[in-house]
Design a protein around this ligand. Structure first.
Ligand SMILES: Nc1ncnc2c1ncn2[C@@H]1O[C@H](COP(=O)(O)OP(=O)(O)OP(=O)(O)O)[C@@H](O)[C@H]1O
Ligand SMILES: [Mg+2]
Length: 314
């Protein structure tokens, strides 16, 4: 990536805590990452690692309990002005994992797709709104007459397209796609990914793409952050991460990716990640740029080891 990349989203020391007092639970423990304008930034980690929580904190659905979120140079976490709030509702949109659960079954597609507009453009004429609904449907490859139907009349793939149309109608700059294909049939996953890629190219969209497996990520992400138990442990440009993963957790995730070759697959060793390899009792870990654009969570001792490994690679 070139040097003049523009930071669209800057997540600094983000903490998200659920509940309070003794029963509180910190789901995100101080994560740092930046998303560049126009890129696809992948966030990958196992179930329960905090991916959706980070997405929802950026969407301002969950309050932050520490750190801050900066968008286009402005803080959007915590208390913000009405004007900025309105701008964020329009600019940052989310696409959800389960199109079977995320659409309102009682509402027609027309309402589902235009709900955001109804909130932000209260005085928009019905004709104009319908025109925008039809356009948004066309943009995702659906027919205008679908507007008057109900979600249950559609397949999973079509429903996910409706979810995408619902985001697009707002003309966002930044889209958080939270496992947008994992609930879909394998046969239609590629179609939805291709649609997202096409829209990105045409509109210069920026994506935060959330997934729990790395194999899909390789093809769509420019950079990838690996999250484990509410902490990002490694972040690097995609090829760098695949060529020389440094953190043992990343290595374990990579070793679990199935390969198309059955012989390789049969003899493959899947690594098991053991958290106790890190002795953080005295030598505490911090977030380090170990080589340009390659970040890792490591203490002093680990940092030295990782640097040695990198020297052997070059
Ligand atoms: N609203 C909530 N209240 C309390 N705890 C929550 C809430 N939402 C999430 N959590 C907890 O926070 C942790 C992270 O959850 P999160 O949904 O962010 O994980 P995830 O990485 O998106 O997982 P998945 O891959 O299953 O979607 C989990 O332990 C979860 O149980
Ligand atoms: Mg999730």
């Amino acid at each position: 990536m070139s040097a003049e990349k523009e930071v669209l989203l800057d997540v600094k020391d983000l903490q998200v805590t659920f509940g309070n007092g003794k029963k509180s639970f910190e789901a995100v423990h101080g994560v740092n990452f930046q998303v560049y304008k126009g890129e696809t930034f992948g966030l990958v980690g196992e179930s329960g690692s905090g991916k959706t929580t980070i997405g929802r904190a950026i969407m301002r659905i969950y309050p932050v309990s520490g750190g801050e979120i900066i968008y286009k140079g402005k803080r959007i976490s915590g208390k913000i002005s009405k004007q900025l709030d309105k701008q964020m509702i329009q600019e940052i949109q989310m696409i959800f994992q389960d199109p079977m659960a995320s659409l309102n079954e009682r509402a027609k597609v027309d309402y589902i797709v235009s709900e955001g507009l109804l909130n932000t453009h209260k005085h928009m004429k019905k004709e104009e709104r319908m025109e925008r609904v039809h356009q948004a449907l066309a943009d995702v490859g659906l027919l205008p007459e679908f507007a008057s139907r109900f979600p249950h009349e559609f397949s999973g793939g079509q429903r996910q397209r409706i979810g995408i149309a619902r985001a697009l109608i707002m003309e966002p700059s930044f889209i958080i796609a939270d496992e947008p294909i994992s609930a879909l049939d394998v046969s239609i996953r590629a179609q939805v990914l291709n649609l997202l890629a096409k829209l990105q190219k045409e509109r210069g969209l920026t994506y935060l793409f959330i997934a729990h497996d790395l194999s899909v990520m390789r093809f769509i992400s420019d950079r990838i952050a690996v999250i484990e138990h509410g902490k990002i442990v490694e972040l690097a440009p995609t090829e760098k991460l695949f060529e020389h993963p440094l953190h043992p957790y990343t290595q374990a995730l990579l070793s679990a990716i199935p390969t198309p070759n059955p012989d390789v697959e049969k003899n493959k060793k899947v690594l098991v990640y053991d958290e106790s390899v890190h002795d953080y009792s005295v030598d505490k870990p911090s977030w380090i740029e170990i080589e340009p654009e390659h970040y890792i969570l490591a203490n002093k001792k680990e940092e030295e080891e990782y640097r040695k490994t990198l020297e052997q690679h070059s």
